[in-house]
Write a protein that binds this ligand. Structure first.
Ligand code: HEM
Length: 484
């Protein structure tokens, strides 16, 4: 039997909880408010004080919402409120023509060519992580969530702004982001129950202030680059900001304004590091808990790389790493709930007429553990991705689906495979002291008290077997998620 990693056990229907009890549990983590029945069926109507929402759980209905009729299910303002002070009018929360224009203009910055171009910037972040881990005593305990948050924030700064987290400004941004996220979770809960945000005055003040501070800090390098660009001094940058400065809307020829650039960069920083940090932390925990899988990963990376670090062309060749990462995204999808959608235009889903304005909720966490969709849903089994998985597209949605699918999915796969290949080649991980981590819902799925792992250095490896050259597009293709 494969390993069954920790998850909050579903509540028992017979011990029905009061709404107040559920609210209190939900404040800590909505994962602990789920019943066994939540993991079954096609759609549930959930009635809460002041709000009735529809929880859509089956692939055909998810496809209706995210793909077939996506224009009738725009993002709900409930999700927007908590992120607004930081993200302004960014692609993550906008709808309609504004979103369409932003998506048209952002897409090229995450295309194949750009991913190849930013690979060396990613490598810079990954190499800095190796240095930090090398500095640990052998067998020392590392707080893996902190390390993964550090490396992904560093990589996002390097790839977007060509800055590293070693700088003072970048460190301030990083700490302010952590504080903002903590407070944003409280704001999401209040806005969900349509309560005024100032009901939690201290959280509200810090949330507002940190959102503003982060934007001010990010605006400094962006303004410098923007003004230089306007003067015709584009510089030699090959980062994502450069793509955003160069891009013109194919429909009307307009460029991003300075304010739009700050909105988009703030959003990319948040969406692009918090999610990857969560996924990488859980991947390493699962690897540490499964020594046999870990050994196979080490053999795969040594066979391919020997004593060198991964290059762009190596990415598609790490079959096992790809499967481990995909399975981690199934078991612990960083985005446990997609941003709420709002039903418009008199929609009908399964047997329900969905009143206009109702929140429509889709949860990768629930779909990925749905009893009728997955065999042994709670077991960690990377090989299932090699066994001709026949799930419909919307049964596996760690990156969402349809026109609003994650713009950074291929970026995230490339980054994760680079980091996991570098780490499993060089180190062996063991669970640290203390109990297993408890998955909990924050802005992403994190652990309640951190994930600590022991890190052992491996002896230097033999030189690599020569690798036949891969077409470059194959590298990006293979790094993508199945179903996309
Ligand atoms: C493992 C890592 C990641 C996961 C699991 C993830 C997951 C997701 C999901 C589920 C959505 C859809 C949300 C919805 O439909 O409500 C999304 C959207 C988005 N993600 Fe990611 N993401 C990851 C990494 C990244 C990275 C690295 C970037 C950019 C650097 C990024 C940028 C975005 C953007 C801009 C959107 C909004 C797209 C739109 O609305 O058109 N993500 N992501």
């Amino acid at each position: 039997m494969a390993y069954e990693p920790p998850y909050p056990k579903p509540l028992d229907r017979s011990s029905k909880r009061s709404l107040w009890n559920l609210f209190k549990r939900g404040r800590q983590s909505w994962l602990s408010t789920l019943y066994e029945g939540s993991y079954q069926g096609r759609i549930s109507r959930v009635r809460l004080p002041g709000v009735q929402l529809f929880l859509v759980k089956f692939p055909d209905l998810i496809k209706e919402v995210l793909v077939d009729h996506f224009e009738h299910f725009p993002k709900h303002e409930l999700s927007e409120t908590a992120l607004k002070p930081l993200l302004g009018e960014s692609i993550f929360t906008t709808n309609g023509p504004t979103w369409e224009r932003q998506r048209r203009m952002l897409d090229p910055a995450f295309g194949q060519a750009k991913l190849k171009e930013v690979f060396s910037l990613m490598r810079g972040g990954s190499d800095a992580l190796l240095k930090r881990l090398d500095a640990l005593e052998d067998g020392g305990v590392a707080d893996i969530e902190i390390e993964m948050t550090h490396v992904t924030a560093d990589i996002i700064l390097r790839t977007i702004l060509s800055e590293s987290l070693e700088g003072e400004g970048a460190r301030k941004i990083f700490h302010a982001f952590n504080l903002f996220q903590e407070k944003a979770v409280v704001m999401i809960q209040l806005s969900f129950f349509r309560l005024p945000l100032w009901l939690a005055p201290r959280h509200y003040r810090i949330w507002k202030r940190t959102g503003r501070e982060i934007r001010e800090l990010l605006a400094v390098p962006i303004r410098g680059r923007y003004e230089a660009y306007q003067r015709g001094e584009a510089g030699e940058h090959r980062d994502i900001l450069q793509s955003l400065l160069d891009v013109r809307d194919p429909e009307d020829g307009s460029a991003f304004t300075l304010l739009e650039l700050v909105d988009q960069v703030a959003m990319l920083f948040l969406a692009g590091h918090e999610t990857s940090a969560s996924a990488l932390s859980w991947s390493l925990f699962l690897i540490a808990k499964c020594p046999e899988i870990q050994q196979k990963l080490h053999q795969e990376t040594c066979g391919l790389l020997g004593s060198r670090e991964p290059e762009f062309k190596d990415i598609p060749r790490h079959r096992l790493i790809r499967n481990v990462f995909r399975e981690t995204l199934r078991i612990y999808p960083p985005v446990g709930f997609l941003t709420f959608r709002k039903s418009t235009g008199g929609q009908r889903l399964h047997k329900h007429d969905v009143p206009d304005g109702s929140p429509v909720v889709i949860s990768p966490w629930l779909v990925h553990r749905h009893r009728e969709l997955w065999e042994r849903p709670n077991e960690f089994d990377p090989e299932r991705f090699d066994q001709g998985l026949e799930q419909p597209a919307c049964a596996y949605i760690p990156f969402g689906q349809g026109p609003r699918i994650c713009i950074g999915a291929a970026f995230a796969m490339q980054e994760a495979m680079l980091i996991l290949a570098s780490l499993t080649r060089r180190y062996r991980f063991e669970p640290g002291p203390g109990p297993d981590p408890v998955p909990t819902s924050r802005l992403t799925i994190r652990s309640l008290d951190g994930i600590s792992l022991r890190v052992w250095k491996r002896p230097e490896t033999e030189p690599a077997q020569p690798i036949p050259d891969q077409p470059e597009e194959a590298a990006v293709e293979a790094a993508k998620c199945p179903f996309h």
